[in-house]
Design a protein. Sequence first.
Length: 600
Amino acid sequence: MKRLAIASALFLALAFLAAAEGKKAGRGGQTLFEPRHWIYDSLQILEQECAIVQFSDQAPLSLNQVRAMLGEIDYDSLSQAGKLQYDKIIGFFNEPDFSANASIFQVRVAPELNLEGFAKSNKAVPWVYDRYEKGHLIDLPVTLGVGDYATLFADIFLGLNKTGGEDAKTYFNIPYKEKIFDVNFPHMAYGSFGYAFTDTVGFNFRVDNMSQAFGRAQTSSVIQGGYLTDATNVSLSFYSPIAQYTGSLTQLNTRRYLYSHKVDARIGKKVQLSLMEAALPYGDMDLRFFNPMMFLHNYASWLDYQADGSDVGSFFGLKVNVAPVKSLRIYALWAMTQFQLPAEIDDNDKNKDNYVPNAMGVQGGLESYIPIKDGHLRLYAECSYTQPYLYINSSPNWSFVKTSSESTAGSSDFYEWVGSRYGPDTLAATCGAGYEVADKWKVGFKYLFLARGELSDPNIFQSVGWGPRIFNLSDAALRGWVYPFTTASDGTTQFSPKYKNGRNLSAPSGVPEYANVITLYGSYALNQWLSVMAQPSLAIVSNAGHKSGATEFSFECAFGIKVKFANVKANKAQAEVKDNEEKNAAGERPDNKERTESEE
């Protein structure tokens, strides 16, 4: 109850702050956009209308980076629907939140009410409208900005926690009891700093709690999918129209730091090539990995960490985007955490290198936005395949996963993969179609097929007792680990009795679970401040829970009403302007104007 009282007091204080309006100013250039922000869809629409590729397929991006990309868009060549999308972005840059200003310093609060209801017929089938999709009941994001140079942000909210979002017995996003009330807010917060040397070249440095994405994909990127939450990142980015570099340090858990380098380049305006290299050693922070121009694999650091009774996970990703013609993007992504060369394999049945499984994932698809009148018809299709041991190493400690729990009684343990949200050992295919008019309405459907092996289930971590507070596993626990071998504390190699031949596994392994999901969705904005949405889904799961012959059906429906309080006054102001214009056209004097001396 103490946490509830503190949260209530904080919300009340922010409500008073929101009421104190000052001179309006736009969002600062260092504002960041999280991976699932609508702005990335709008950027993709504009790129396709111009038949170019940019660096909009990764996140978070700063407002200055988005502004630089817009500078390459020829507004006059856009369709009417494209111009509406362009105007939507510019309008968001200047969206009228409640704000107070002193010179270039600004405080912004954007209160929103988002009332949602959801229900499903089968509690054994996971939500389609899951905890990532469910919105907060009340959002009060607070932004402190210093011009285009610095932005501090915290997503203060009142809403469900992760446990409540996954609970089948939760029917509304109203946290009416302590078990489902999220006391661990904010989950998204950052300090972002930077400078634009020109209209198209600049840098950004940030410390954030925000998902990272590298590759735009419908089922989430196999490299970095944007569904890993509550991890602290430190990143430095340099951007330009021809190339971009980002170096990041991401703390997954205690002594678990992911170091990554990302490089993007464009060949003309039609082709984009990008690569990401990362390392996940289990140990204290290591200065070597901060060198921005060193290939991390060059350190052969697995030799150092093995000597210390630990090890290191290596990661490499490559992606390609091509815009062959207008209204079409073709993309391919490839990820790897382990690959054995023929020279590393011999006939010694006690050599652990002979049992190291290859671990790769591939993803490809096409996406099309076709302008029709005031909106766009969206079509897409995608397939992905991840081998059983992608993201999984010889210990959970240096596997590419983050674990967490909540500080409320009865909280579950949560596991989120660095790459695809569906994890390794999975074959996925999806397609969909929809139509959208900017700032007005959207409607569509999507189909998802998943074939998931036993190693895609996060329960593999729970089975050995590895969780949010346990990272140093005993030899006894590691004997039950799913990797073909582990190394005991005395240096001897232990082989898994069930997965010793794991090198030969292909996805989906074991008893595969097959899911077919059909979803319809629609939303409509009645005006600038009020919108509604609905999303019914049907899920059919065969071999549910990896039990042969078990079939589960589930129908679910979600609906919501959103109110943007900062836009209520803006909507009234626009209505007054429109009314005055109509009166002027009719030769009448607007009510809000004083008569001139000549009229007197």
